[in-house]
Design a protein. Structure first.
Length: 109
């Protein structure tokens, strides 16, 4: 039991003492460590970019929904304003001397 505790203590002092950085293991694998750090940075950068893109997509979908509702409202208003009764009422309010014809339409061939 004492042997394991001494090994753990030596390992702890070895790692946090800084001598582990000067060992041959890290010097031999420096390229791998640098590539690993670059890959991690690229991964984080890619994730950040994707989150921004997703945020933009959600914002644009909400904007599209708002524009669709606005177009529906305008279309409804236009449909209501173009009804014959509404047109007759507006012509009368404007004081124009126009009347609806009761005679059928004749087609010339």
């Amino acid at each position: 039991m004492k042997f394991k505790f001494d090994n753990i203590r030596k390992s702890f002092v070895h790692v946090f003492g800084g001598s582990v950085l000067t060992e041959d293991f890290f010097l031999r694998n420096m390229r791998f460590i640098l590539v690993l750090v670059v890959v991690v940075i690229l991964f984080i950068s890619h994730r950040y970019t994707m989150l921004q893109g997703m945020s933009d997509v959600e914002r644009l979908q909400q904007e599209l929904k708002d524009v669709k509702y606005e177009a529906l409202t305008i279309s409804s208003s236009l449909t209501e304003a173009s009804r014959q009764g509404e047109i007759e009422k507006r012509v009368e309010e404007a004081g124009l001397d126009l009347k609806v014809s009761n005679e059928p339409v004749y087609y010339i061939d």
